[in-house]
Design a protein. Structure first.
Length: 245
């Protein structure tokens, strides 16, 4: 099973970032399409290992076996399993950042709210098309150190930046902007999971529904009324949660 999953990951690694790119490969594309070296193979195998057994049962010995190298080989590139997981996270980040940049270029002349919605939808597609990434992204932040959290935060940095920019543009208080970030991220991850497990049909119609839900969030009232907790405390809790991701 691991072998098959690894092949899938290797295929994803060599695929062009943009389908409509010119036939002639540039330096970056050539680098991606070449055969992965030992370090890269270890990273891809580690991704498959986390997907299959989770972080608690993750084994560098199993990763080495999947790559067909000695059990000592991983330690020539990584000090421990935490370090190789950080490398996996960087791999996921680089894959996402290519897609993120493509979306931002495509909608560069559109209103900021449109860019925000399109970026959110693209991340849902990214997660649906790469379900193996979820196992790494869902590892609890307190399992790792500040460096891991810093790497992980890169994934959502641009989205948070655009949300903050939009909220400032329309005069929305900063604490409310944090709540909006929480809700939008919940919609993104929730939709990704429901598409992956089949609760939602992954098609244009349903994506249109998700698009409407994300866009509508910014038209909803700013102040929340709940019996036990106010908007300020929600914002503070959300801020603390985002600091871990």
């Amino acid at each position: 099973m691991k072998k098959q999953t690894t092949k899938r990951s290797l295929k994803a690694e060599s695929a062009p970032a943009e389908p409509d790119a010119a036939p002639k490969k540039d330096a970056t594309e050539k680098k991606r399409s070449r055969r992965p070296n030992v370090r890269e193979r270890l990273v891809l195998a580690a991704l498959d290992e986390v997907e299959e057994v989770g972080f608690a049962r993750f084994s560098l010995r199993h990763v080495a076996t999947a790559c067909g190298v000695s059990t000592a080989a991983p330690y020539k590139h990584f000090r421990n399993k935490r370090e190789i997981i950080e490398a996996v996270l960087r791999y996921i980040n680089s894959d996402w950042l290519r897609r993120q940049d493509a979306v931002l270029r495509k909608y560069a002349d559109e209103p900021i709210r449109r860019r925000l919605v399109e970026l959110s939808l693209e991340f849902i597609r990214f997660m649906y098309e790469n379900p193996q990434f979820r196992s790494v992204l869902m590892i609890r932040g307190d399992t790792f150190d500040a460096e891991y959290l810093k790497i992980k935060a890169t994934l959502s940095a641009k989205s948070k930046e655009i949300i903050s920019e939009y909220c400032e543009l329309v005069g929305m208080p900063a604490r409310v902007a944090k709540i909006k970030m929480y809700v939008v991220r919940s919609l993104i991850y929730g939709a990704s999971l429901m598409f992956s497990n089949g609760e939602l049909v992954y098609d244009d119609y349903t994506m249109g529904f998700v698009r409407a839900a994300i866009d509508r969030e910014f038209d909803l009232p700013w102040e929340l009324e709940t019996p036990d907790i106010g908007a300020r405390e929600i914002a503070e809790r959300s801020s603390n949660a985002f600091a871990e991701k």
